[in-house]
Design a binder for this molecule. Structure first.
Ligand code: MYA
Length: 380
């Protein structure tokens, strides 16, 4: 449908992910939702196939596919299971990526390599009770003690929080917000039980408590007091991947809805012959075309090293609202079957909703876009 010029390698990556999603992930997506956990075999397979470090250069243990490859991966995973897309995104595009974006060479060698190889799992911890949208307002403290930093505080809504080995975590020092790599095995690190959620139930979202956690100075991500910048740059990339997962889910829903509309008969006709249904299908396809265009255009720009804060906020906005629209139409076209657990539609409908909330609410995305528009007197 879309004429973006994917390379042969990117096309092959898409085929590999598609095979995995079709044969192994889709058949287990409903079980992942019901059991509220991703089976270890699925995580091992993601690791074996090199999907957990697809974006990173080979020198850091990755497969070297960059941001476009990462979006291809997340689009295909999004077609099968949004819990799994969330696990992959939190691990790769924010947890590990914060180290890639802001970490020293030593930090990358020590932590990014095993993360990209899938030997360890990452999380990203910024959010706190008073620091959701207002992320600058975080209260977790880091105090220097000799060559170590001692961390105290509480984080919440941390994706992969209860299953990660390594967390890119943001705390306040005297100089300002600072990033640290914290190992979950460090003394004083506690993860709470996973939250009970409306959707993406297979994704482990947990609170974290830090009680005098002693972190060596070399685990600081970038410079003391410069962590907010690292967090924001990381979220720029994260929002792109989120858009790609939404795109995949929306494509899946359109395909299911079209097939169903051609099969389902009412008033002696397939419902696909009725304009009421055709208009929904047309609007769904149009949203998807917009989503696909904005995801890959922005991913390519990011890969070329361009600043994309405004554009990635737009990707997040367009794709999360696009998926919600498409999911709603899919339920409507399927009628009772769209509301039943017999079909994956209701799961996608529930899983979709979080995308307007996490990685910065859509209200925050509009704020980011508007600030940039006002600063630059319009379009850039
Ligand atoms: S993680 C938590 C998500 N939280 C957020 O996204 C927080 C939202 N808040 C913000 O974005 C900020 O607080 C805002 C700051 C923007 C509102 N690059 O004056 P400012 C600089 C470089 O705009 P504020 C989660 O949910 C800026 O120039 N620099 O500040 C994970 C300025 O610098 P200076 C940047 O008005 C869930 C300074 O910072 C950037 O307070 C897990 C302050 O900026 C930037 N981008 O507004 C999800 N931004 O002072 C896993 C700002 O020098 C999902 N600055 O001028 C994974 C995959 C999903 C699949 C899903 C399927 C279901």
């Amino acid at each position: 449908m879309f004429d973006f010029e994917f390379t042969e390698e990117q096309k092959m990556l898409r085929e590999t992910v598609r095979d995995f999603v079709k044969s192994e992930l889709k058949p287990r997506a409903s079980e992942i939702d019901r059991q509220e956990t991703i089976p270890v075999e699925i995580i091992n397979k993601l690791k074996e196939l090199g999907f957990l470090g697809v974006a990173f250069p080979a020198e850091y243990g990755g497969s070297g596919f960059g941001e476009v490859g990462y979006c291809v991966l997340q689009e295909e995973i999004g077609r099968g299971c949004l819990s799994t897309a969330t696990f992959v995104g939190a691990h790769q595009s924010i947890g590990s990526n914060a180290i890639f974006i802001g970490g020293s060479e030593e930090l990358k060698k020590k932590y990014l390599v095993p993360l990209a190889e899938g030997k360890k799992i990452a999380a990203f911890a910024l959010t706190e009770v008073l620091a959701g949208s207002d992320s600058f307002n975080l209260r977790t403290r880091a105090e220097q003690d000799g060559t170590d930093w001692v961390l105290n505080g509480e984080k919440m809504w941390i994706t992969n929080g209860s299953i990660a080995d390594v967390v890119s975590l943001f705390a306040r020092t005297e100089r300002g917000i600072t990033g640290f790599v914290v190992e979950t095995g460090m003394k004083g690190f506690h993860a709470g039980p996973p939250e009970k959620k409306m959707g993406i139930r297979g994704s482990a979202t947990a609170p974290i408590t830090l009680e005098n956690v002693r972190v060596p100075a070399e685990n600081m991500i970038g410079q003391d007091g410069r962590g907010f910048l690292v967090a924001m740059k990381t979220l720029d990339a994260g929002r792109l991947g989120l858009g790609a997962a939404c795109l995949g889910a929306a494509k899946e829903l359109l395909e299911l809805s079209t097939k169903y509309a051609k099969e389902r008969r009412q008033f002696d006709s397939a419902i696909a012959n009725f304009e009421a249904i055709q208009w929904m299908l047309a609007d769904m396809a149009t949203r998807i075309y917009c989503m696909e265009s904005i995801v890959y255009r922005t991913a390519a720009a990011y890969q070329e090293g361009k600043a994309i804060s405004r554009q990635s906020a737009m990707v997040k906005l367009v794709c999360s609202e696009g998926l919600d629209f498409v999911a709603d139409c899919a339920v409507q076209i399927h009628g009772g079957m769209g509301y039943s657990r017999e079909m994956p539609i209701e799961r996608f409908y529930r899983d979709s909703r979080i995308n307007r909330i996490f990685e910065g609410t859509n209200e925050i995305q509009r704020l980011v876009i508007a600030k940039d528009v006002i600063k630059k007197n319009g379009l850039t």
